[in-house]
Ligand binder design. Structure first.
Ligand code: HEM
Length: 440
């Protein structure tokens, strides 16, 4: 249910993203009903809710494959599900009615934070009541534990602005806000990476990767990253320089190691491993490629002199969407296909899936490049053509926006063709959890 609701949020993100993109090419179109100011939060919050719901669904499903949940745990899990689903849906409805009141990315009324925080507390208690110790456990359990703890912590931190003493001190307030966002992404990455490593173990049939030094290296780097990567969000704030550099260097190493683990895992698969988990395999493969593409951009963004030029341009949007779509969404779709779609032992790959998968990935590449080019053009204007009015500059970006919109439409079609059949699939119970695996 977590994953199915997550997939509905993905559809909602695509719909609102497309409507927002129309405003790039026809500014102000339909603004009396859905202005860009409304569409952007509708799109971004739906995307964040897709990631959070599906990551929670993957962790909870995999945890139950490791240890069957008691009746009490199942009851807690249900309450957690309703708390998150109702509050996330209520937030989307409140945006539609123009009710805002939060900060960027969490633009809802702070009152919605109460059920969300309660939901995180339940998730935390559920996790630790089913995992009394992490000693000698594979890396994904460490990642999930850290992810759950930090999601609760960073979410509370991101709401500190409601305290007037913090809100009234601009630099501190902004530093806390961007620090919490950076760490929160690190925390959900822990849930997503952990689930992907569990899935890779399951496909290959042993725990070689989840117990490897490289996987624990990734865990400790991700943990460090989660605590310090926010430096690059505040390059333009007058805070200590070293935090900027350390944070970014670590986040790139993390991406590199994740890419390397998926690459080595792919090399070790047998033909049968691939065939039986073909959908998950393809998404993991795509994520691997997107890790390296995003790594290239991240390296460029980490250079403070270049970062100044990129700030406030579509390059940042390319980076954010490139990572949330190319890495997070691909990894989560691998989990969703494995959990809902189950095993396919009869055919290697269906032509419809192949078409949708290729459409999604090729359009994502064009989408990403159009945003980068628009960003470079805007950056050039910011620093070299101050006399050109903003409206005239935006007009010069129009060709990139047309390509962005066309690629976004194909991307949406590709995703819809992947998601709708998945939503219509009846859940197949997977009999062979990781508990059946032997350490080879
Ligand atoms: C899995 C699908 C998607 C995810 C996870 C996603 C995620 C995001 C995120 C996180 C942002 C915030 C960017 C930032 O603040 O820098 C964003 C912005 C945006 N996205 Fe998407 N997106 C998706 C698909 C799409 C599609 C298909 C379109 C349509 C063409 C689209 C259009 C936009 C637009 C117009 C913005 C606003 C950019 C701005 O503020 O100027 N997105 N998206």
């Amino acid at each position: 249910m977590f994953i199915r609701v997550g997939l509905l949020f993905l559809l909602s993100a695509l719909l609102f993203g497309l409507l927002a993109a129309i405003q790039y090419i026809v500014p102000g179109a339909g603004k009396d009903i859905f202005s860009f100011e409304k569409l952007r939060p509708l799109h971004v919050s739906s995307a964040v809710f897709w990631i959070l719901m599906t990551a929670m669904g993957a962790v909870l499903t995999f945890l139950q494959e490791i240890n069957q949940f008691s009746l009490k745990s199942i009851r807690i899990q249900k309450i957690q599900f309703y708390l998150f689903s109702f509050s996330f849906i209520a937030i989307i409805i409140s945006y539609c009615f123009g009710i805002f009141g939060g900060r960027e990315y969490w633009e809802f009324q702070p009152v919605f934070s109460i059920p969300i925080i309660l939901g995180w507390v339940l998730f935390l208690s559920l996790f630790f009541s089913n995992n009394k110790t992490l000693k000698d456990k594979p890396v994904y359990l460490w990642m999930w534990a850290t992810g759950v703890i930090f999601l609760l912590f960073t979410y509370c931190e991101s709401n500190l602005w409601v305290i007037p003493g913090i809100r009234n001190r601009l630099v501190q307030d902004m530093t806390i806000q961007w620090k919490s966002y950076g760490s929160m992404v690190g925390a959900w990455n822990m849930l997503v990476y952990g689930s992907s490593i569990y899935l890779m173990d399951k496909i290959v049939g042993n725990q070689k990767y989840s117990r490897s030094n490289m996987a624990f290296g990734l865990f400790f780097l991700s943990l460090f990253n989660l605590m310090f990567n926010w430096g690059h969000h505040i390059y333009t704030l007058p805070t200590a320089q070293y935090t900027h550099i350390i944070g970014y260097a670590v986040s790139m190493t993390e991406l590199f190691i994740l890419g390397r683990i998926i690459y080595l895992w792919r090399q070790s698969l047998t033909f049968d491993n691939r065939k039986q988990h073909i959908h998950a395999y393809w998404f993991l493969y795509a994520a691997d490629i997107w890790v390296f593409v995003n790594l290239g951009l991240a390296i460029a963004m980490s250079v403070p002199a270049l970062n100044i030029y990129m700030h406030g341009t579509h390059i940042i949007v390319a980076h954010t969407m490139g990572t949330t779509i190319g890495i997070n969404t691909m990894l989560l779709l691998a989990c969703a296909f494995e959990i809902i779609g189950g095993r396919d032992t009869t055919v290697s790959i269906k032509p419809n899936f192949k078409f949708a998968f290729l459409t999604t990935n090729i359009s994502l590449a064009v989408f990403f490049i159009s945003l980068l080019l628009a960003g470079i053009a805007k950056s050039y204007w910011q620093f070299n053509e101050p006399s050109l009015p903003y409206g005239a500059m935006i007009n010069t970006l129009r060709p990139y926006f047309y390509v962005f919109f066309a690629a976004g439409t194909c991307l949406t079609i590709g995703f819809v063709l992947l998601i709708v059949p998945l939503l219509r699939t009846k859940h197949k119970i997977m009999p062979d959890g990781i508990s059946a695996l032997t350490e080879k």
